[in-house]
Write a protein that binds this ligand. Structure first.
Ligand code: APR
Ligand code: PHB
Length: 388
């Protein structure tokens, strides 16, 4: 097989890249090792930044998001049960959209297939070759047959556990990472959320987040131990803890649990995000703790930068965008890393924290909920910095 851009992975990064390239008249082939059913039903976060919602609309996959997504013009921060609203409309005049990531993936897959593909599911043994040559190659097995794709460029959109990042030669990558000594226990439930907007709740019992997928489906998270066994959490214990961490300002309605699981928390970045003609995008290059819900948005930002660079290469024979790809992405990646780390560290309980640390968190929370300058700082980053 022959294509201009070989894309490994059909997550938000790979699928959005394929759509952007299609609109620019650049050919691509996507190879994905899971099934279509699996990637369309994998539950992830569901918050789309202001510019990213516009991007989905601009590239023609925003119809369902516009009809079914929920526009939020603010969030609530709970401080030991007392709610404080951060008003995005007033502070930065931007919104976020609540719409599940797997719904975005469904719409991008449908669009890709309508564009004529190719999008190969359930491939095995993917490997990349000759990445420093002009003709890098992807090899894999599909439906029992060994295949090779001859590419001009390869986009490594294969997530944190993919093969692209480990294929970089030794010594090329610098790794920056931080583990957190807790995780999030998340449930999806058939019950209305306690407020029409999100509640980030700081309490002495630990952090909790009350978010949603629709007016009748809630997505609720509890800070838990990093090695927590989900078996230790009966439905009754989860509800009890969710009630306690919400406090009295809102009522939490219980409902049927549709799903429960534990989300790990980690900050991770590799630099550079490119070697030869292999370009990493999205989770393959960086992950953030879920506190700021930046994961999918960062993936879109990377591939937007990459698609512009490839467009300049093919249309104007310019290499500068490709040469600057890593530096351009990393500037934004580090803003999002800092923001996600900061949100995480002001809201959670830490194992070895001191009374000083708790007072400092309360002071940070007091500041962002009372000073217009500080709440604007939060709002500007929460709704998403534009991709420039
Ligand atoms: N070959 C082919 N595909 C692979 C391989 C491989 N060796 N390894 C992984 N994949 C696929 C995965 O099955 C997945 O569908 O690559 C895709 C990567 O998608 P994501 O993990 O969704 O990553 P990305 O597209 O960068 O999107 C980032 O998704 O993971 C969430 O929280 C994250 O919201 C963020 C967003
Ligand atoms: C979610 O809806 O899953 C979600 C929203 C906001 C976050 C994290 C997760 O900060």
């Amino acid at each position: 097989m022959r294509t201009q851009v070989g894309i490994i992975g059909a997550g938000p990064a790979g699928l959005m890249l394929a759509r952007l390239l299609h609109l620019q008249g650049i050919s691509s082939i996507i190879v994905e090792n899971r099934s279509r059913d699996y990637i369309e039903n994998r539950i992830r976060a569901g918050l789309i930044e202001d510019w990213a919602a516009d991007l989905l609309i601009d590239v023609g996959v925003g119809e369902r998001m516009k009809a079914e997504g929920m526009l939020h013009w603010g969030i609530n921060i709970g401080i030991n049960g007392e709610l404080h609203r951060i008003d995005f409309k007033k502070l930065v005049d931007k919104r976020v959209t609540i719409f599940g990531q797997q719904e975005v993936v469904k719409d991008l897959v449908a669009r890709r297939l309508a564009d004529g593909g190719p999008l190969l599911f359930e491939v095995d043994g993917v490997s990349v070759h000759d990445m420093t040559s002009q003709r890098p190659k992807i090899r894999f097995t599909h439906e029992g047959r060994a295949q090779e794709i001859d590419c001009d460029f390869i986009a490594g959109c294969d997530g944190f556990h993919g093969i692209c990042r480990p294929s970089f030669p030794d010594g090329v990558l610098n790794v920056f990472e931080r583990d957190y000594p807790f995780g999030w226990l998340g449930i999806l439930t058939e019950s209305p959320p306690p407020d029409h907007e999100l509640i980030y709740s700081y309490t002495d019992r630990g952090f909790a987040l009350y978010t949603m997928r629709s007016p009748s489906i809630s997505r609720l998270y509890l800070q838990c131990d990093h090695d927590e066994d989900i078996e230790n959490w009966s439905d009754a214990r989860i509800w009890d803890e969710l009630h306690k961490r919400l406090g009295g300002a809102r009522k939490l309605q219980e409902g049927k649990m549709l799903q429960k699981g534990i989300t790990p928390m980690r900050s991770f970045v590799v630099e550079p995000m490119q070697h030869g003609r292999l370009y990493l995008a999205g989770d393959s290059a960086h992950i953030v703790p879920p506190t700021g819900a930046k994961g999918m948005n960062l993936a879109f930002a990377d591939v937007l930068v990459l698609s512009r660079a490839l467009d300049a290469f093919y249309k104007s024979k310019r290499n500068d965008g490709l040469e600057n790809y890593s530096a351009s992405c990393l500037r934004r990646v580090w803003y999002a890393q800092r923001f996600s780390w900061w949100m995480t560290q002001i809201l959670h309980r830490f194992p070895h924290e001191t009374a000083f640390d708790r007072r400092r968190q309360l002071s940070d929370l007091g500041y962002i909920t009372s000073s217009p300058a500080a709440s604007t700082m939060l709002a500007e980053q929460y709704v998403g910095l534009p991709v420039i």
